[in-house]
Design a protein around this ligand. Sequence first.
Ligand SMILES: Cc1cc2nc3c(=O)[nH]c(=O)nc-3n(C[C@H](O)[C@H](O)[C@H](O)COP(=O)(O)O)c2cc1C
Length: 185
Amino acid sequence: MNILAISGSLRKASFNTMLLHEAARVCQSATIEVASIADIPLYNGDIESEEGIPSAVTTLQDRLEQADGLMLASPEYNNGVPGVLKNTIDWLSRPSAKIDIVFARKPLAMMGASMGGFGTVLAQAGWLPTIRTLGLSLWADETPFLVSRAHKAFDEQGQFINDTMQQKLHAYVEGFVTFIATTKC
Ligand SMILES: Cc1cc2nc3c(=O)[nH]c(=O)nc-3n(C[C@H](O)[C@H](O)[C@H](O)COP(=O)(O)O)c2cc1C
């Protein structure tokens, strides 16, 4: 089983990217591939109509189409969703006929890390209309995996300092793998 993981931060030392790599490390029953969105341009309808869909976007669309599930780690900016990740999701939904191919019924696990005390809880709520519009199958048995005070949560190798968080993450990713398997049946 192959899960595509996308972080909503471009920062080299991003806690959200760290969280996804940590998820990949602790996951035993699936492969989690962390994709970069650094090459995704800003959405511009003129580019779309004059030049078509940029190759960085079609490459990511193809990877998502092939993946059994999608894992998103979203930062929270000003109590909302981060622009770079929303921009990526918007490009991935173009042209609109792609929505059915790329997103519809794709199992989705939502995660997020922030330096604040609520671990992206408002950004998570902000994603819900988009998730519903694209027809993603949100894994909602579990609440999103949230990391608050992220600057204190990881060691220098990007691993959780706290064993309980590591165990929680392990249970979370394995629960998502089970959800994907159940959804496929
Ligand atoms: C423009 C901006 C707005 C932010 N707003 C919030 C916020 O609303 N809530 C919060 O917990 N952290 C907020 N932060 C702090 C982020 O949690 C922090 O920058 C975090 O490290 C971003 O994720 P990353 O490490 O994956 O880049 C904000 C940061 C920026 C740059």
